[in-house]
Design a protein around this ligand. Structure first.
Ligand code: COA
Length: 161
């Protein structure tokens, strides 16, 4: 059985992430979509909220599991017996960041490989930050995120007003 892990912060999960989940779930027998803490990011959604949103959006994918971990991504991959970490690439700016991440992961464990999927062109400008910024200005994020996330963003923003 071939397994893979899609690691991320998912604050919140976007249509770009969902597209990667859909494609990776076709490539591997089982895909773990796993939330890791990123010390450089202060999140809008709590860990519980991000897990709940991810669980909603993966409902149609029987071979996908949502999880979270405090481990290093390569350590987690070993725990779930997945030799692959999947990531999406949008542009050259992602490449620099992902290369650094891939080199760090290689240094940590040479048995775990990173596989990169090119983001679809219509998702190439989406990021979790841009979606949050657009929503905070009360502009529509329809299509940029799954509907449950759109609703969650509205509730979150109204609750801080
Ligand atoms: N389409 C649209 N947007 C996409 C995308 C796609 N296909 N893929 C990524 N993005 C965007 C996200 O929306 C997000 O936007 P933001 O920066 O505005 O928030 C950004 O690209 C990347 O975020 P995300 O995919 O959620 O992951 P991340 O870069 O925050 O995740 C980890 C980083 C979790 C993979 C990394 O910190 C990690 O592995 N942590 C565990 C500890 C570890 O092992 N560290 C490595 C060794 S030092």
């Amino acid at each position: 059985m071939t397994k893979a892990v899609y690691p991320g912060t998912f604050d919140p999960v976007t249509s770009g992430h969902l597209d990667i989940i859909e494609r990776a779930s076709r490539m591997y027998d089982h895909l773990y979509v796993t939330i890791f803490s990123n010390p450089n990011k202060k999140t809008m959604f709590s860990l519980e909220e991000r897990i709940e949103l991810l669980n909603e959006v993966i409902k149609g994918f029987p071979n996908v599991t949502v999880d979270y971990s405090d481990l290093l991504a390569v350590e987690y991959a070993k725990v779930v017996s997945a030799p692959v970490l999947v990531r999406g690439l949008r542009a050259t700016m992602d490449f620099e960041y992902e290369l650094q991440l891939a080199f760090s992961n290689q240094y940590l464990d040479q048995d775990v490989d990173m596989v990169f999927l090119m983001t679809r062109p219509n998702h190439s400008f989406i990021s979790s930050s841009s979606v949050k910024e657009i929503a905070m200005h009360n502009r529509s994020v329809r299509g940029l995120v799954p509907l449950v996330v759109e609703d969650a963003l509205k509730r979150k923003i109204n609750s801080v007003d």
